[in-house]
Design a protein around this ligand. Structure first.
Ligand SMILES: [Zn+2]
Length: 429
């Protein structure tokens, strides 16, 4: 079977490529990128799709998603999460371990992979917990979990408080060639906090979480990575202090990579003025200086990745008093459009955005994808960069609706998502 995407703007940061051309997919692989190709006709064995005016990108990869299955299927299942990912333009995602039971054993990893195969949608890569039950005390069996198919280790949702345990985790993971992803939060400073510590928290009468709660743990993790010579990846960076620490570490050659989420680049703690629980997230939305630092760090490369931190919660967990609401925002179906606003605002170029949402996550996780070189598996996202749409969570494929962008008019969306040469999502139909 031949699939030809004709006349799109093909952007592939892995080959430094940005040009108008045809992308030819034969069976499940990229066969060619060619300009002025002629002679192809649609017939029984060839599908020809005109994508002129569209951007053809390597499939987007979300390296930080919470799928909630097993244990919290009322918030999301692997099937609904996979559907949401495809609609958001993601051909692959990595799912965090804070399920119930926690993904701390081969049997849970295998269950996730089985459900993912049944879902038959986006590629799903499990992340295993660093510690058994995410209790921060005993390391999981890294070798066994790696063999079962995990691509990273993280206690995300919770910090690894014990520095000795974190050191061991880094050393074991390094020997297996996969990263540890760190949720950086000093619990002594963050405990009981509802939102960012600042004027808005004082005025709203909500207990604050100071930005140093994040900065201190980022500094510790950088120190551990530097001391041990092992790699670390910092999840959902939200503060100017963390960014300074990561930038300094990178200058010294410390093997640290870092991500942020779309909401830290587009929202501040001012969004909580009406006590909207849809803006309650950990780490919390910070102030305007932090947001400016996040945007600048995306531009200058200090932040390598944009990940959704898709964290579905049901209405019974969000339609409650602010202090009882669970933290988290869904992101799979809005990430691309929200981040395209950074392109429209001139913060990032389109190739930079695609690098952060596809090429770099593939590199950091050591998984397939992130590029469109001849011979690679054809995971492709077709993006209409200008299509205007209004966020209406009622139409979302995710099971949950906890989205701070409800009602926003955004520009840009995925119009087609292709996994392994097969069209899995298509707005034309
Ligand atoms: Zn986290």
């Amino acid at each position: 079977m031949k699939l030809i995407l004709r006349g799109g703007r093909i952007i592939d940061p892995s080959q430094n490529l940005d040009m108008e051309a045809d992308l030819v997919i034969i069976d499940e692989k990229v066969s060619a990128i060619e300009q002025n190709r002629s002679g192809d006709k649609a017939d029984d064995s060839t599908t020809l799709i005109d994508v002129s005016g569209m951007v053809v990108s390597p499939g987007l990869i979300d390296m930080h998603t919470h799928l909630r299955e097993p244990g919290f299927e009322y918030k999301e299942t692997i099937q609904t999460g996979s559907n949401a990912a495809l609609a958001g333009g993601f051909t692959a995602l990595a799912c965090m371990a804070n399920t119930d039971p926690v993904n701390d054993s081969r049997s849970v990893t295998e269950f996730i992979l089985r459900q993912a195969a049944l879902a038959g949608g986006t590629r799903i890569y499990p992340v295993a917990a660093v510690s058994k039950g995410q209790n921060g005390k005993i390391l999981t069996e890294f070798g066994d979990l790696r063999e079962a198919g995990v691509v990273a280790f993280s206690d995300d949702g919770r910090p690894v408080t014990d520095s000795g345990l974190m050191r061991s985790a880094l050393e074991y993971a390094f020997s297996l060639g996969i990263p540890v992803i760190s949720h950086c939060e000093d619990m002594g400073l963050a405990e009981g906090g509802q939102m960012n510590e600042g004027f808005p928290s004082t005025e709203l009468g909500l207990q604050g979480i100071p930005s140093i709660a994040e900065d201190i743990m980022v500094l510790r993790d950088i120190a551990l990575a530097e001391y041990t010579g092992t790699k670390i990846h910092i999840a959902h960076v939200s503060t100017a202090g963390s960014i300074r620490a990561v930038a300094d570490a990178k200058k010294r050659g410390v093997p640290v990579t870092a991500e942020t989420a779309p909401h830290y680049a587009t929202l501040t703690d001012e969004a909580l003025r009406d006590y909207s629980t849809h803006c309650k997230v950990y780490p919390p939305l910070r102030n305007s200086e932090d947001m400016a630092a996040v945007r600048e760090a995306l531009r200058d490369g200090t932040l390598d990745v944009i990940a959704s931190d898709h964290a579905p919660h049901s209405s019974i967990e969000k339609d409650v008093e602010f202090e009882y609401a669970l933290p988290g925002i869904i992101g799979l179906e809005t990430s691309l459009a929200v981040c395209l606003s950074l392109v429209h605002d001139g913060v990032l170029t389109l190739p930079q955005l695609i690098e952060k949402m596809s090429t770099n996550p593939a590199k950091i996780l050591g998984i397939a994808g992130g590029g469109l070189a001849t011979g690679v598996t054809a995971d492709v996202t077709v993006i209409d960069p200008l299509a205007e749409w209004t966020v209406d969570t009622a139409t979302f494929r995710s099971k949950s609706r906890n989205c701070p962008f409800q009602g926003w008019t955004l520009r840009g969306k995925a119009v087609m998502t292709i996994v392994g040469g097969v069209i899995k999502f298509d707005t034309r139909s």
